[in-house]
Design a protein around this ligand. Structure first.
Ligand code: 13P
Length: 251
């Protein structure tokens, strides 16, 4: 069966109210019937923009995600600076990114990530769970060991994989313009699939790739049948490159 391909834009700490025009352009592009139906488009703008964006452009063609939720499992309370999963859900998001390496560097350890994943799912948010090794670990041939550890320490045995997208984002590829070879990716995703089947009894986990995805390299990346989509940083900020990525993938 042909599978859905995810194109997820992670805007990080970028964008302002005017940036809605980028989403508007993507939405107009998606209205064209000529593009494959087997795709899911998700925008993850900063949380201050979520509500206004999702109210203004509310179509079946695209969806929204947040870049974070609080690890405090309450809807409201005296927690300065926190946004609860319920608040995020009410802002129009159906997804949330957890475990991004940029967030891990700041304040997210595996225990926190595990908590956030469970809170997100309880609040009907699907999770885009990021994993990835750094360059030092890669050079030491530790890549898969690191990924396995990140998964084991964050994903509960009883999780429903329908609520989870696993994004493999090698840290050395994020924002560097360096993309792993298809051979390298093939090894990683084959091992990931086998490990998830053995450990979690899941046959078709949603596995996507993130790190310097562009309209050019998406063609080669798309040759890997184990990859079900992309988590896109820089190239998702402008509708032109985001649309090109979608177009080039399906061409
Ligand atoms: P870039 O596409 O800018 O490398 O960012 C990737 C990323 O971190 C997406 O979450």
């Amino acid at each position: 069966m042909a599978k859905t391909i995810y194109f997820i834009g992670n805007w990080k700490m970028n964008g302002n109210y005017d940036s809605i025009k980028e989403i508007e352009t993507v939405n107009n592009f998606l209205k064209k019937k000529s593009i494959s139906k087997l795709k899911k488009i998700i925008f993850c703008p900063p949380s201050n923009l979520l509500m206004s964006f999702s109210k203004k452009i509310n179509t079946k063609l695209l969806d929204y995600g947040a870049q974070d939720i609080s690890k405090i499992n309450l809807n409201n309370g005296p927690y300065t600076g926190q946004l609860s999963a319920k608040m995020i859900k009410e802002s129009g998001a159906n997804y949330v990114i957890v475990g991004h390496s940029e967030k891990r560097l700041l304040d997210e350890d595996c225990k926190t990530i595990k908590k956030k994943i469970s809170i997100a799912i309880e609040n009907k948010l699907k999770v885009i769970f990021c994993i990835g090794e750094n360059l030092f670990q890669k050079k030491k041939n530790l890549s898969f060991k690191i990924l396995k550890k990140q998964i084991l320490n964050s994903i509960d045995k009883k999780i429903n994989f329908d609520n989870l997208i696993i994004a493999y984002e090698p840290i050395w590829s994020i924002g560097t313009g360096i993309v792993p070879s298809n051979n390298y990716l093939d090894q990683i995703y084959t091992k990931l699939k086998k490990f998830l089947r053995e450990k979690y009894k899941v046959n078709s986990p949603i596995l996507i790739y993130g790190g310097s995805v562009t309209p050019d390299n998406v063609v080669t990346l798309g040759e890997n049948s184990l990859i079900s989509g992309f988590l896109i940083g820089g190239a998702s900020l402008k509708s032109k490159s985001f649309i090109e990525i979608i177009k080039n993938y399906f061409r």
